[in-house]
Design a protein around this ligand. Structure first.
Ligand code: NAD
Ligand code: TYD
Length: 367
């Protein structure tokens, strides 16, 4: 039932939480101090761990505002690592950004920090413009003034809009963002590329498809469905459940970013995808089957306004030019991810308190 793709050389360890160095472990020549924004979030925390494991010559400064999505528990195992520092701060705070870049001798920026959830952008778009657009501009300007050697801006396939049943997005596809989240990310991509074009800032942009894996906040499809199934709560599938996403394991995304950071051409954009398209309803059924839960937990609910029908990425530029390939099969990755959530109940119970409950009520019960 599950499609098998790529090779299976990469995997998580027994804890299921550590992305082993996968295929690409090129040295990041001359990069000694990497500022990772949003390093306490889902992908950022996996990337911080990846860098510390794969590049013994690098220091990482994790700059994160710790919004509802930021969680230092994601990095509990690396606290005390002499090559790691955490600074709590907002990317919109120019003074603090300047200070951190100067004090830590930052020469490389990998920019993950963002408001990242489409449904929240529909409930309240303002903070998406603030963080994703204005915050990115603050970082770019600070990087320009400081003479940063490389600035990697992490973006998403959602900037391209929605596909029909055939075809894939290439880097040449026009930008056609449909949600406030996607529009804010498209704006930030354009600002990053404009800073390269206008000021010669050494920028490279990556656009990735949907990620899954350990430490993903349970507002997104896969962790939300796993946790609801574990709690015997209904699994709310939007619309007809036939929307399609191209899923990539977060470990593969981290390896791809590492590759682009090392060898990507400046001023270029690289698509990153899993070549792994799934209808939402089929993903939900795989989760239920793996957990031995009944399909009558599925409930088709009101569709997301403006819901993009299909995303699919053509990553051939990255694969051919920089020799990157995803290492996880979806079969392996989804089962390990489900097991990770089964094992890490304390983690998800803690992040689901307080603000999450309020969000869940608003989003799923209209309260
Ligand atoms: P996330 O929501 O899990 O984490 C975002 C992090 O950014 C959190 O730690 C949060 O505290 C921090 N943050 C938010 N606003 C901030 C601010 N103003 N200043 C400093 N820190 C701030 O997000 P994620 O899923 O890890 O996504 C990371 C990046 O990858 C985002 O730029 C997102 O657009 C992009 N992306 C995500 C996916 C995906 O499937 N999750 C796919 C493609 C691209
Ligand atoms: P999501 O994980 O929010 O990622 P994105 O919208 O950025 O692709 O959603 C993935 C898909 O799952 C998307 O088509 C919306 C759908 N979805 C549901 O059907 N129910 C849910 O409760 C959520 C959160 C998402």
């Amino acid at each position: 039932m599950l499609p098998v793709r790529a090779s299976t050389t990469g995997h998580q360890d027994g804890e299921g939480s550590r992305c082993k160095p996968i295929l690409t472990t090129f040295p990041l020549v001359s990069m000694k101090h990497v500022l990772v924004t949003g390093g306490a979030g889902f992908i950022g925390s996996n990337f911080v761990r990846h860098v510390l494991q794969v590049h013994p010559d690098l220091r990482v400064i994790n700059y994160d505002a710790l919004t509802y999505a930021g969680n230092l528990e994601n990095l509990a195992d690396i606290v005390g690592n002499p090559r790691y520092r955490f600074v709590r701060g907002n990317i919109c705070d120019r003074r603090l950004v300047d200070e951190v870049i100067r004090e830590h001798g930052v020469d490389t920026v990998v920019h993950f920090a963002a408001e990242s959830h489409v449904d929240r952008s529909i409930l309240d778009a303002g903070v998406f413009v603030q963080t994703n657009v204005l915050g990115t501009q603050v970082l770019l300007e600070a990087a320009r003034v400081a003479g940063i050697e490389k600035f990697l801006h992490v973006s998403t396939d959602e900037v391209y809009g929605s596909l029909g049943p055939a075809g894939k997005f290439t880097e040449e596809s026009p930008l056609h963002p449909n949600s406030p989240y996607a529009a804010s990310k498209a704006s930030s991509d354009l600002l990053a590329l404009a800073y390269h074009h206008t000021f010669g800032l050494p920028v490279v942009v990556t656009r990735c498809s949907n990620n899954y894996g350990p430490y993903q906040f349970p507002e997104k499809l896969i962790p939300l469905m796993i946790i609801n199934a574990l709690n015997d709560r209904i699994l709310p599938v939007y619309g007809d459940g036939l929307n399609i996403r191209d899923w990539l394991h977060v470990g593969d995304h981290c390896a791809a970013i590492d590759t682009v950071l090392s060898r990507g051409r400046l001023g270029e954009t690289y698509n990153i995808g899993g070549n792994n398209e799934w209808k939402n309803i089929d993903i939900v059924k795989v989760i239920l089957m793996t957990l031995g839960k009944p399909e009558n937990l599925i409930s088709f609910v009101k569709d997301r306004p403006g819901h993009d029908r299909r995303y699919a990425m053509d990553s051939s530029k990255l694969c051919d030019e920089l020799d990157w390939q995803p290492a996880f099969t979806f079969e392996q990755g989804i089962v390990e991810t489900i097991q990770w959530y089964v094992k890490h109940e304390t983690w998800w119970r803690r992040v689901m308190t307080g603000e999450y409950q309020e969000y869940y009520r608003k989003q799923y019960h209209g309260a």
